[in-house]
Design a protein around this ligand. Structure first.
Ligand code: FAD
Length: 472
């Protein structure tokens, strides 16, 4: 690509799950599409330093824990020996394989992938600073901003050799003896779980009074119990007030009821959320607006205040999840192609891939009550599931939230092994406006954990066979 401007129907900035999904759909709809990605390779944070490497490592963590748990069943394995270099290479192989697949899919569709940092630099134009060539100018009819997000930092806790963000933690450059995770959200708990399995003594500090703030408390309770055993300490309502590198360790100061005032650790992981990435984007050359948290504001079609510019994925608001980015990307591409598309899901699923997994979608109890929606809930404990008991995991729970007046299913929550996979049925049911009879009347395979969804619906209808009827 030379100095002459390249004209395109659609220019997508950012090749993460949102960006590549949007570009692929736009090309499939016959639009001439250019995809600009600063890293060169497609996949974004999700593939490189997010969803995929974290789940690869959590899979290994589960293996280590399952092997240890098998002792109770009379099967004894030796202690795991970790070859970190091999583990890193194994994870990287999956990343490379998926990235190659995406590159092939882009090529097959005729999507022009430009490697470099893109920036709006005038009316209808984007300038790309390329590492391997002269800058390129792209003139667009429509642009889609899909630049994602980056880890949030705390003042005084900027990255350094002893202070990691999630990206640095996933690099597995060291297995510290003692790790302090700042933040009890999903990224902190997932990565804390990985390091705990690798033998690290993990302490979590969370400012609020519970892990996974905002998530249904019934679902969090079994996870908190299990992590309470796996982690050295979970300090709730606790703030990190100071930190000093002593040379051989980090001396941290904490403030919180029941928390030690001083703690010595070897490594800190700051996992306090993510921020939308809109720096150096030249957004002032468009009419796109941002909200108080920095997210680009969009309508149902993901169109910004500038009719030619769309925004999708993490940069366009919560929940910052890959599948939400993909769904928005498809909507934006279809809207640009003139289709009557809108992003109006009833249920965006969310999963915390810890052990046990926590998964939910739709309207859960606390939010429904806060919004004044009249609801009734049904909770099926997994102690009544033959499969859960046979797995030695009766501590799970399946929770359904119904609208009282209509009996319509509004939300589904699960906690337990494979909760993330089990959630799919619940998400479909919420999207399709299912009522309890729909779930109860669906035959679920025995013995599987999916039976707990049917059982919870039966419980709601007062006719469960494995659980006593609910109190009215
Ligand atoms: P991103 O994936 O962030 O991609 C944006 C891309 O844009 C990047 O590749 C970046 O290089 C590029 N870019 C930025 N600025 C420019 C520019 N100016 N020019 C050109 N290119 C640019 N989500 C889930 O759904 N499930 C999970 O299990 C999960 N686990 C996670 C675990 C971790 C540790 C982390 C950090 C995140 C996880 N997420 C998970 C969140 C998920 O990664 C994001 O929601 C998702 O990647 C957002 O996709 P996106 O397309 O909006 O942006």
């Amino acid at each position: 690509m030379g100095e002459l401007p390249r004209e395109a129907d659609v220019v997508v900035l950012g090749g993460g799950p949102g960006g590549y999904a949007a570009a692929f759909r736009a090309a499939d709809l016959g639009l001439d599409t250019v995809l600009v990605e600063a890293r060169g390779a497609l996949g974004g944070e999700c593939l490189r330093v997010g969803c995929i490497p974290s789940k690869a490592l959590l899979g290994i963590a589960a293996l280590i824990h399952d092997a240890a748990d098998a002792t109770e069943a009379g099967v004894v394995f030796g202690a795991a020996r970790i070859d970190a270099a091999k583990l890193r290479a194994w994870t990287q192989r999956s990343i490379n394989r998926l990235a190659q697949g995406l590159a092939g899919l882009a090529k097959a569709r005729g999507v022009d992938v430009v490697a470099g940092h893109g920036r709006f630099d005038g009316d209808g134009s984007i300038r790309v600073a390329r590492e391997d060539g002269p800058p390129a100018t792209l003139r667009f009819k429509h642009a889609i901003v899909a630049t994602g997000s980056r880890p949030a930092t705390l003042p005084g806790l900027e990255q350094g050799p002893r202070v990691w963000d999630s990206t640095a933690a996933l690099a597995l450059s060291a297995t510290p003896a003692r790790l302090l995770v700042v933040g009890g959200g999903y990224i902190g708990l997932e990565l804390g779980s990985v390091y705990a399995a690798l033998g690290t003594e993990v302490t979590v500090v969370e400012l609020l009074d519970g892990l996974l703030p905002g998530v249904d408390r019934d679902l969090v309770a079994p996870l908190a119990r299990r992590l309470g055993k796996r982690f050295k300490r979970i300090l709730l309502g606790t703030k990190l007030t100071g930190m000093r590198d002593t040379g051989s360790a980090l001396a941290v100061e904490l403030a919180g009821e029941g928390a030690p005032a001083h703690l010595e650790v070897d490594q800190l992981l700051v996992a306090v959320g993510r921020r939308p990435l809109t720096d150096d984007l030249g957004l002032d050359h468009t009419h796109a607006a941002r909200d108080a948290r920095g997210f680009i504001t969009v309508d149902a079609q993901r169109r910004t205040a500038d009719p030619r510019v769309f925004a999708i994925g993490d940069v366009a608001g919560e929940p910052m999840l890959a599948h939400k980015a993909v769904a928005e990307g498809l909507v934006a591409a279809e809207a640009i192609a003139g289709h009557p598309a809108a992003f109006e899901p009833r249920a965006v699923p969310a999963v915390v891939f810890t052990d046990p997994e926590v998964a939910w979608c739709g309207l859960m109890e606390a939010e429904a009550r806060a919004r004044g929606v009249e609801i009734r809930t049904a909770k099926a404990p997994w102690s009544a599931s033959g499969r859960a008991v046979a797995m030695g995991r009766p501590d799970g729970l399946t929770k359904l939230v119904f609208e009282s007046a209509s009996g319509r299913l509004l939300g589904v929550g699960l906690v337990g092994p494979h909760a993330g996979d089990l959630l799919a049925e619940g998400t479909l049911a919420v999207e399709m406006g299912a009522v309890a009879e729909d779930l109860a009347g669906t035959i679920h395979t025995h013995p599987t954990l999916s039976e707990t969804l049917g059982e919870a619906a039966e419980l709601f209808l007062g006719r469960s066979i494995h659980l006593p009827p609910p109190r009215r």
